[in-house]
Design a protein around this ligand. Structure first.
Ligand SMILES: [Zn+2]
Length: 101
């Protein structure tokens, strides 16, 4: 084994230990599908594991779930416009925070 192989191995190990914001950005997208039950079993498991280990993503998941509940309820009765606006602002804040990384 060459020295170069050693260096490559060490880097791969590091990357596995510390997920960065890019991972979270990808998970945020999956979380939306997760809530809609549009992920296959493998992706579902991956999202659950990430939510277990990543508190910021768990909070985003809770937020998305709240949005879904509001939208679902609005089919039966109109949701208060103030609440919908608050949810919209919250989502935008999360997205801005994510892209600023
Ligand atoms: Zn995350």
């Amino acid at each position: 084994m060459t020295d170069q192989d050693h260096a490559h191995e060490a880097h791969a190990h590091e990357a596995g230990v510390a997920p960065d914001d890019q991972d979270c950005a990808e998970y945020l997208e999956r979380i939306v599908y997760f809530l809609d039950n549009e992920l296959d079993a493998a992706d579902c498991a991956a999202v659950r594991v990430h939510l277990d280990t990543c508190n910021p993503c768990l909070e985003r998941y809770d937020l998305q779930r709240t949005v879904k509940a509001v939208v679902a309820r609005s089919c039966a009765e109109p949701a208060p416009e103030a609440l919908r606006e608050r949810v919209r602002v919250s989502i935008r804040q999360v997205q801005v925070r994510l892209s600023e990384g």
